[in-house]
Design a protein around this ligand. Structure first.
Ligand SMILES: C[S@@+](CC[C@H](N)C(=O)[O-])C[C@H]1O[C@@H](n2cnc3c(N)ncnc32)[C@H](O)[C@@H]1O
Length: 291
């Protein structure tokens, strides 16, 4: 790859992770920190935010590396610190929540399928604001690849409420996590901002159980699963796994983050006799290469 293409890919990652304007993210988090803890919001702090909040800066940098959440704390009268989890709905500011290590992994998988000439499109099931799919489309552009599609599958109304026994107790649907609801026009608008909304991106709006069986996908080189639940993982694997070509990749974003997702992977692999090695990406994500 030439230097210009590589610079573009690196810049795209920084932009998707909101690393370029990290001070503004800190300013917003600092504002919430002051509101939560009834502290004066000192105007002068905004000029020196990285000096005023060095610990928060480290936390945010860490979250962008590992795709983890930054949780602000509220000091309670009993001296304890209450994690203000509900603030996640207003403090997720990047265009992808997967973090740099998982974007690097996605880049590695894409580079490998190009190098080894593994045929097929790329898909993510569970795209949220679309950041990982934007990255895939930008990668194809940088490499001048015109014969692969990026498929973007999502309900665009968040995660379904749990109905399968394996997902019991995990309700991350819109009533609890409205941040996961990103309507299709908003996602398309983000692709457009990056100059990457074109015929090489196809959206599959709806629940996976309804959309993926009949999606006009022929071959896949990369199947990236990011639907959190057992149901969502199974509803993607069942119709799509056989479309992944030998030498293609299956990436599981939530393997160590959501136990039902891990169980779905183990149940599916056991039912199909799959023994390809599961490789760790970071503290949550894993992948394997189809033999
Ligand atoms: C954690 S987010 C995905 C994050 C994204 N991959 C990124 O790069 O930031 C999970 C997404 O999966 C979608 N989702 C989960 N289960 C689904 C299902 N069964 N059908 C359709 N969409 C689903 C949600 O709407 C949400 O956008």
């Amino acid at each position: 790859m030439n230097q210009l293409a590589d610079s573009y890919i690196q810049l795209l990652k920084k932009s998707l992770l909101n690393e370029l304007y990290i001070e503004n993210e800190l300013r917003i988090l600092h504002t919430f920190h002051c509101m939560l803890n009834k502290l004066p919001l000192d105007y002068s702090h905004f000029f020196n935010i990285t000096k005023v909040q060095p610990y928060l800066l480290e936390l945010v940098q860490e979250s962008k590396l590992n795709g983890t959440m930054v949780v602000l704390g509220q000091h309670m009268p009993d001296g304890k610190n209450r994690p203000a989890l509900e603030l996640r709905n207003v403090t997720e500011l990047s265009h992808t929540m997967v973090g740099r290590k998982r974007l690097d992994n996605l880049q590695y998988c894409m580079e490998t399928v190009l190098k080894d000439q593994i045929e097929g499109d790329f898909i993510e099931t569970g795209i949220w604001r679309g950041g990982s799919c934007i990255f895939m489309r930008g990668f194809l552009l940088a490499h001048g690849v015109q014969n692969r599609i990026v498929w973007a599958a999502d309900s665009f109304q968040g995660v379904p409420p749990p109905t399968w026994p394996e997902d019991a107790g995990i309700d991350i649907s819109r009533k609890n996590l409205p941040i996961l609801v990103v309507p299709l026009p908003e996602v398309q608008g983000l692709f457009s901002r990056y100059g990457l909304l074109d015929e090489q991106v196809r959206f599959l709006p709806g629940w996976f159980k309804d959309t993926l069986k009949t999606a006009p996908i022929e071959k896949l080189a990369i199947l990236r699963l990011d639907g959190d639940l057992y149901e969502s993982t199974m509803d993607a694997l069942n119709p799509l796994y056989d479309k992944v070509q030998p030498g293609g990749f299956i990436i599981v974003d939530d393997y160590e983050a959501v136990q039902p997702c891990k169980k779905a992977i183990h149940d599916f692999r056991a039912s199909r006799g799959i023994h390809d090695e599961i490789i760790t990406i970071d503290q949550y994500g894993v992948f394997w290469r189809k033999s």
